[in-house]
Every structure is written in C-alpha cells, then in structure tokens.
Design a protein around this ligand. Sequence first.
Ligand SMILES: Nc1ncnc2c1ncn2[C@@H]1O[C@H](COP(=O)(O)OP(=O)(O)OP(=O)(O)O)[C@@H](O)[C@H]1O
Ligand SMILES: [Mg+2]
Length: 362
Amino acid sequence: MTQQEIRMKAEGYSLFYGDFKALNDISLDIPVNRITAFIGPSGCGKSTFLRSFNRMNDLIPGVTTEGKVYLDGKDISGEDVVDLRRKVGMVFQRPNPFPKSIFDNVAYGPRLHGMKNRSELAVTVEKSLRKAALWDEVKDDLHKSGMSISGGQQQRLCIARAIAVEPEVILMDEPASALDPVATLKIEELMNDLKKNYTIAIVTHNMQQAARVSDYTAFLLTDENRAGNLIEFGPTRQISPLPRTAGPRITSAEDSADREDAMTRENFDRELEELKQKLFQVTERVRKNLAASIKYLDERDMKGAGMIIEADEIVNLKCLEIEEQCLNIIATQQPVATDLRLLFSILQISTEIERIGTTPRE
Ligand SMILES: Nc1ncnc2c1ncn2[C@@H]1O[C@H](COP(=O)(O)OP(=O)(O)OP(=O)(O)O)[C@@H](O)[C@H]1O
Ligand SMILES: [Mg+2]
C-alpha cells in the first residue's frame, strides 16, 4: 500500500487496562475508501482496538497506551479530541438514537460544530438521511422521535447522524448484531454504498458478514497472557494460512477438480469431522451435566452442585477451543467454510443451554 492509499495507521500499538495488557504491539494500515473488518473470538480486543482509532478509550479510567495511531499521516494523540471524533465517527452495536426527533438526531453533530441556519441544516439532514438509505422511509415523519422507529431504521438513523458531520472514517462495532436478517442485509448494502465516500472499519463476530462486506480482514487472537495480537491482515479473499493450521487454503471452487485442491478439500473435511466429534462430546457433556444439576438442585446436594460447577469450567474451555478452531478454519478455508455456520449455531445453542447449568452456582 502506498502512502496515499492509507487513511489510518496503527504502529506498534499496545493498550493496557490498568496492569492488564489488552492489545499487544499491533501495526496495521486502514486503506482509504475500503471496508476493513476486525474479526476474532470474544475478548480478543476487537472493540478496544476499534475504539483506539478515535480515542474513545481515553474515556476509560486507567487506560494507557504505547505506540501510535495516525490519521492521514498525523499522530492522533496530538489532535483535539472533538475534532478527531468529527473526522472519525462511530456507530455502536445497539442503535442509540438520542431521545429527540429524527431531524434533531441528524442535525445534532452539525449544530455542535456551529451550523445554525435552519435551511442549511435541513439540506444536511436530508442529504445524510439519503446517504443512509433512510430518507424515503422517514421523510414525512422527521418530527417523530428517533426512538419510535424500528431497530434497523434506528441503526440507519445513527449512521445518518455519523455521516452528517462529514467524517473521513466510520467505525462500526458489530452494527448489525442486534438486528434481524433483513435489516442486517440493508446495513450491509448501505456499507457497500458508503465506502465510495468513506473509509470504514467494522468489528464483526460473524465470519460470513466479514466475507460479504469487507475488502480487508484483520484477524485478532489472544496470546497466553490474554493480550490481543494481530495474527493475520490482508485482502479478505486472500488471507494466508495461519501458521498453526495444517494444509493449504482452498482458494476457489472452480479449481476443485485439480488434485491439490481435492486434497485440500480432504483436509478440510477431516478438520471439520474432528470438530464435529469434539462438538458432539461437549454437547453430550452439557446434556449430562444439566440432568445431574437438576437432580442435585432437587435434592439440595451441595457437594454435587460443586462438582457441576467444576465440570462447567471444563465445558467452557472445550467450547472456547471449538470456537477458536472454527475461527481458524474459517480464516484459512473461507470459500468452503459455509458448513461451519451450522456447527457454530449448534455450539451457540449448546453454550446457551449450558448457562442454565451455571444457575445453581448463584
Ligand atoms: N473497560 C475495561 N476495563 C478493563 N478491561 C476491559 C475493559 N474493556 C475490555 N476489557 C478487557 O479487554 C479485553 C478485550 O476486550 P474487548 O471488549 O475489546 O474484546 P472484543 O474482542 O471486542 O470482545 P467481544 O467480541 O466479546 O465484543 C478483554 O479481556 C476484556 O475483558
Ligand atoms: Mg466487542
């Protein structure tokens, strides 16, 4: 990437919450007018890293950092923070419109930055709502509360609010995870439109979403000290194999007649099969623990309950292991990894059921 193609840059960036190192020595470039996705398992530091780009972490007591983050080649630590956040806007996981009218939600930022003229504001509001693909749905209800529209509309309203101050970069932390599939698709389409004019960095849990929307993908994982490290970064379609995963990556379905790719498919099938077996074992364990915990609860057996709590830790570890293995396979075998969606869903359901087993602890 040449200098002009980079909008933001992290260089040797580490972040500490008190004594705890949450991000370890991350260097990465965010290219102009592209969508860069941050992916990785829960707790690996995706949100923390995203917040580093507009210094939102400054608001958390005890946070210290090492290394630098640049916007257009300028170190952001020296920038006025209000000005920085105008240039680097943010959209959160849960839509958070202000308890104001739709109009005032969008006009909020421009007003803050000194725009007073009502007709000028009206032009900005309309332009922003159009860009956020919401205008047609709300143009007759601009006076209505921003909190009275649907979740998907609220999220687009928040995007309109972010756009209204003409930022250069929009940071999005799992912007669709609280939305239904149709609203999610709308947000994804919108992102694709927006990248013509803006640079976008998005955190997502969802691999399919990363594959669908992003041009570049950064893959984070925690090390043995639970610090988030950047493991992979590159064009989404070409993320190279992770060092720890065996076998070459499958690059395209058309080549599958080819012998080498057939072998790769075999590798993938084998990895998937191993993963399935592990999943069945965990599911079985959860089922047994759940049955036992109901029995112990019924009999008010404290010792038994203690055993279940211990067994629960093992289940947690196994689930994490499976989740991490899924992520590794997805990162290395993207094009054929759709089979993993089902596996992931089962794991999710299993984890939720397992939580019921955790209740006796309380
Ligand atoms: N305000 C905070 N104070 C202390 N530790 C924090 C704080 N916020 C996050 N952490 C810790 O920093 C690490 C990274 O958290 P972060 O929320 O960035 O992860 P994430 O990848 O976004 O996870 P998720 O996918 O669950 O949203 C975790 O170990 C978390 O517990
Ligand atoms: Mg997060």
